[in-house]
Structures are given as structure tokens and as C-alpha cells.
Design a protein. Sequence first.
Length: 332
Amino acid sequence: FEHKIEIESYIEEIIKDYPNWLSEYYYNLANNTPASKRTYINKVCLFLKYVADLQQRSWKDIYIQAVNTEVINKYFTMRKKQEINGKPISNAAIATQLSALKNFFGFLYDNDIISENPMDKALKMPKVKPKEKITYLTKSEKKKIFENLDNGVGSERAVSRQKRYRNRDRAIFMLGLSLGCRVSAIDEINISDIDFSKKELYVIEKGEKSRKYILHDKLIEEIKAWIKEREELPGANETDALFVSVYGGKCKRLTTKAVGKIVQKYSSGIDQNVTPHELRRTFGTDFYEKSHDIYATANALGHADISTTKRYAAQNQEKVRKIFESVANDLF
């Protein structure tokens, strides 16, 4: 609930500088999750800023009725020339924004705010190929991460600061690697969500689904070690959030962005961009290698669609192929 309110407040702050029809569109999204609303509004506002510049108007004075198919096609032609983190923008990113604009202009048309829907004849949705392979951490890479957690990374000053949160950061990695928790679930965990006597953790997963995890004894030790240190932080008793940091003399819940930075920091020395989702993928890969059961793996990861889980099986098949090749090489 705390996270929902934060997102809704963020959206309301954004839309206040736009015409009333954007507020009306936002309230029309009432059945969507706050995270989905944020995605729609962010993608629509990205386009509206382009329109404002094109019309040489302030955001508040955008003349949305003047937006036609040509404007939309020119915008996406420009977008396809852009780069994100040094790489050409992906078809997936284009498709996400196209979906948002289709939804937005559909609302404007249905409510007689515009007389024609410019998306009807706009560019078609690009094909988005599902990734065949997944990235995950090897045994040696996991070992490197825990060495970084134990010894610290960066300058002497940075290493000294990290000691205060070492048990917190270890627990975050362990939740990702031993349970496959999504980052959106990790940052929302409250201490009251953990039943230490039953060794159970209750979280809200993707799609606002409640989920129960069984905790390993070692993971419980990690969490308890952090809770003990957490009690010494200023204002710790004012929040139930498990993972916190001190900002302005008070304890505040870590955001998903902050968790991502922690994961990236302790992945120093590893030749790939490690994100919280890499921890989840690593869990999925390890689980499938142990079970060789696609349905059990899907259940462990909370996948609604088994096709998503098949990538873990495909990853394993590549290893099997290499073993066959090795056996044949030895023979011939």
C-alpha cells in the first residue's frame, strides 16, 4: 500500500502540468496497477513533450487535436534513431510506447476529445522476438560477489561505509539467489511479513499476487543478523520496512533503484551487467539444473506462462549439447 501511494503521488505530480484531458486519462486507468499506470503515463508524456516542442507551446497549452498520423510517424522515426545506454533503441521499447499511445488516443477519441484517432493509420507494431538465451551468474561469479560482500569494494572510505550495511546487502543477494525473488518484492518486504517460527516469508509478487516462500535456516540467520544491526539505526522503529537506509537522519525503505545499485556495486569484477533480475535468472537456472522439471521451475519462479520458463530448459539443452560434443571428441 505504501508503494502504491508513492507511485500514485508521483503520477499526480507529473500530470498537474498538462491539460485536463491527461488527468481524465489517468483516472480512466483506475483498473490498472499503479506500476502499469506509471508506465502508460511516462510513455505518453514522453510523446507529449515532443508535441509541445513541435507546437512551440507549454505543456499546459498543448493542442492535442492537431496531432495527426504524420506527427506520430515522424516521432517514431526520430525515436528509432536514438540510443539507450549506447545501444540502438529496441523494438520492445518502441512497442511499449506504441501500446501506450494506442490506449491514450483511443481514450481521447472515445470521449470526443479528438474527432479522429491518429493511431488508426500510424506505423504498425514492430515484431519483438523473445530472447532465446538468458544470462545468469556462474559458480565462480557468485563466489566473486560474496568475496566483494565480505571484503567491500572501492576506496578505503567506501569499504568503511559498506560495513554498516553488509548484512543487509548479503540478505538482498541471498533472497534473489536462493528464492528467485523479484526486486519489486524484495524492496517491499516488511519485518512483519516474516514468520520466523514457521520459517515463512510472505510477499506481494507481480500482478499483486500474494506468495509464500519457505526460508532456509542460513537465510534466516542472514536476515536476523541484519535486523539486529538495523535496530541501531536512527528512526528504525518508525518503519516496518526490512531493507532500509539512513537518509536525512531517518530510516527510509530502499527503492528498487537503490537495490539495483547495490547489486551492481558488489558485482564489481564480473564481465557482465548484473541486475537484480540476473539473480532471479541465476536461481531459475540453478533450480532447473537440479530438478530437470520445467513445471516445478515455473512454479518456483511464479511464471504464469510456461513458455517463459522454457528458456531455462533451452539454456540447459545447450550444456547437454556441449557434453555430447565433448564425449564424441574423446571417442573420435
